[in-house]
Design a protein around this ligand. Structure first.
Ligand code: ZN
Length: 202
């Protein structure tokens, strides 16, 4: 399976990192070894002193597709869940300065915790509240109405380049409020009022 992520999909977050709002989705990927399931602990990697949380809604693809038109994108996923796109911000800054790919800063082991999913039949996709609590306090809160690129647009765009297969995941971008995590932090991801992801930083 493949894991895609969208960068800079909420303008307030693009601004907080000093990035321009993109014309097309910024796409990168993580290997399957990045996944962290069932509330497993996240171990801070030794190569970074500034690992940031990015809470994101995640689409799970349920049908093979290539060159999917935006108007048919809804036929290719039936669930939306929540995950964290951990980012070694210090390493990413170094790589960006040199014009190098982000893989090392974004795709390392455990950098993609994934929680529960909800059926899209139960959701208004253009108005989903989601967020992240760190040690019981809100650090990130977003709503899909503020996405620059919708789920349908993202699926259509990615599928022009990559065949989407059943089980592929797409992390759809983070709202403002990203920040560092430390050993002992407890992270909890929410969709609406529902706690859907819960794990500890070690
Ligand atoms: Zn992200």
């Amino acid at each position: 399976m493949k894991i895609f992520c969208i960068g800079r999909n909420y303008s307030e977050h693009a601004k907080e990192l000093g990035n321009a709002v993109p014309e097309n989705p910024v796409v990168f990927s993580k290997p399957d070894t990045a996944l962290l399931k069932n509330g497993e602990d996240f171990y801070l990697p030794s190569f970074s002193n500034d690992v940031h949380h990015e809470i994101e809604l995640v689409i799970r693809i349920n049908k093979v597709g290539k060159n999917i038109q935006e108007k048919f994108a809804r036929n290719y996923f039936s669930e939306v869940g929540i995950g964290v796109d951990f980012t070694a911000r210090d390493l990413q800054a170094q790589l960006k300065t040199k014009g190098l790919p982000w893989e090392l800063a974004k795709g390392f082991d455990g950098s993609a915790p994934i929680g529960e999913f909800l059926p899209i039949a139960d959701l208004d996709l253009s108005n989903i509240n989601f967020g992240l609590k760190k040690n019981g306090a809100w650090v990130q809160q977003g709503n899909t109405k503020d996405m620059i690129f919708s789920f349908d647009k993202i699926i259509s765009f990615i599928s022009q380049y990559f065949t989407l297969k059943v089980g592929d995941l797409i992390y759809t971008g983070t709202p403002a409020g990203v920040g560092p995590v430390a050993i002992g932090d407890k992270l909890e991801g929410f969709m609406e009022e529902k706690s859907m992801l819960n794990f500890e930083v070690k």
